[in-house]
Write a protein that binds this ligand. Structure first.
Ligand code: ATP
Ligand code: PRP
Ligand code: MG
Length: 377
């Protein structure tokens, strides 16, 4: 057995093949005996991270989508979203959200893709409804020391080819990702690896002599740098960000889950599309709406998502109602904002008003189609 597991402290050795974490934790089994099982309960449940770096951003995303969570106090693990009265919110640790989706104790959840991949272990019952909620960005990566025998090692290939690793003395990797780690090594044909399960401050393991390398989440890279570790080419196991995940069984069988998922998905997509877009309105004189449109469209930063929308603003002159000037409305990406204002001014625009967009609803939610097709509908 090339890839195997060793315990860091007093844990016994495990081989990867025989190392299986039960999806149903003792806690969820205990809940199951106390509360109605998957088929018996009627409420629809979403699991949200109870703590950690995903927690605040998740609540903020929901709030931005007008789905504010009403939680009586931070230690209460059940809450509600008044806009979605049929939905129960349960605050759980990210890994428990995935475990409870699999055990049928939750229907929907928001966690990092890393957590879904590690604790979901490719289970068919888990469906990614939205795979890019645009926060919680990080990647799961192998890191090795910058010094000593690793000084000139810069890729996974070079790491694997080091003569130091043998069956008797394998490469020791400390990680909390005891499913994804061995899987990655196997897929990359890396022999003579021994994984140890550990959580928290993994970056200290090489300097302490406990491991040769680590496999952990990286976002800014500061922790690696501060501990004289480096990432290597080909060593990224997974790119991760927050995702909306659902139980296939719940979507297909539990009344109302599909409808609630549709509403949440529509709001998420419309909101995320709107982030970074502004509506810009301005006034412009011109002989006709077409004349104004031509001037607007001659500028590269003013073409908008669709449009521009140009409406006549009327006034009464000598008893006659006539178009006096035109109001222009366009959508502009945040990074183009100032350029757009300059271009509007250059073509005679005045009174430029800018407001942030909350939602952009398209005719159809692309991910909804994808979800239905994943469900075979
Ligand atoms: N730099 C980062 N380190 C760890 N996780 C990150 C980072 N950046 C984003 N994340 C995301 O945040 C998620 C939750 O991380 P967090 O450390 O808050 O909780 P946790 O690790 O599950 O809790 P605990 O460490 O107490 O077990 C990760 O699964 C990942 O998706
Ligand atoms: O690339 P960086 O921005 O430096 O972030 C990476 C670090 O953040 C996480 O630890 P966390 O803060 O969650 O502490 P933990 O080890 O207790 O989980 C992760 O396990 C890394 O150690
Ligand atoms: Mg952590």
């Amino acid at each position: 057995m090339a890839v195997s597991m060793w315990g860091m402290a007093t844990q016994p050795r495990f081989s990867t093949m025989s190392f299986h974490i039960s999806f149903r934790s003792p806690i969820s089994r205990c809940y199951a005996s106390l509360s109605p099982s998957h088929s018996e309960r009627h409420g629809i449940r979403i699991g949200l991270p109870s703590k950690g770096r995903m927690s605040a951003d998740t609540l903020e995303l929901l709030k931005d989508c007008q789905l504010s969570v009403k939680q009586v106090n931070p230690r209460q693990y059940v809450a509600e979203i008044p806009q979605l009265p049929n939905l129960e919110v349960w605050f759980q640790r990210p890994k428990d959200i995935v475990r409870k989706l699999l055990s049928g104790d939750l229907d929907l959840g928001i966690v990092g893709l890393d957590t879904v991949s590690e604790y979901g272990r490719g289970a068919e019952d888990l469906i990614l409804v939205h795979e890019a909620l645009e926060y919680g960005d990080c990647h799961l990566s192998i890191a090795i020391p910058q010094y000593g025998i690793f000084e000139n090692i810069n890729s996974v290939k070079e790491l694997a080819q080091m003569p130091q690793w043998t069956e008797e003395r394998p490469l020791r990797v400390a990680t909390g990702f005891t499913y994804l780690g061995p899987k990655f090594m196997k897929e990359n044909g890396i022999k003579h690896v021994l994984f140890s399960s550990a959580d928290g401050a993994l970056e200290a393991a090489p300097a302490m002599g406990i491991a040769d390398a680590i496999l952990d989440l990286v976002s800014s890279g500061t922790t690696l740098r501060e501990n004289n570790l480096k990432e290597i080419e080909g060593g990224t196991v997974l790119e991760s960000q927050a995702v909306l995940v659902a139980s296939r069984k719940s979507l297909m069988q539990r009344k109302g889950v599909l409808e609630i998922t549709h509403e949440i998905l529509e709001r998420f997509e419309a909101h995320l599309r709107a982030i970074g877009q502004f509506t810009v309105t301005a006034n412009m004189r011109g002989s006709s709406a077409e004349d104004v449109a031509e001037r607007v469209l001659s500028q590269p930063s003013l073409s908008g998502l669709q449009g521009p929308t140009i409406s006549p603003v009327f006034c009464k002159r000598n008893g006659k109602v006539l178009p006096d000037y035109y109001a222009i409305v366009i959508c502009v990406p945040k990074k183009e904002l100032y350029k757009s204002v300059q271009q509007l001014r250059a073509i005679g625009g005045s009174g430029v008003l800018i407001s942030q967009l909350t939602y952009i609803f398209e005719e159809e939610t692309p991910r909804w189609r994808q979800l239905l097709s994943k469900l075979g509908m």
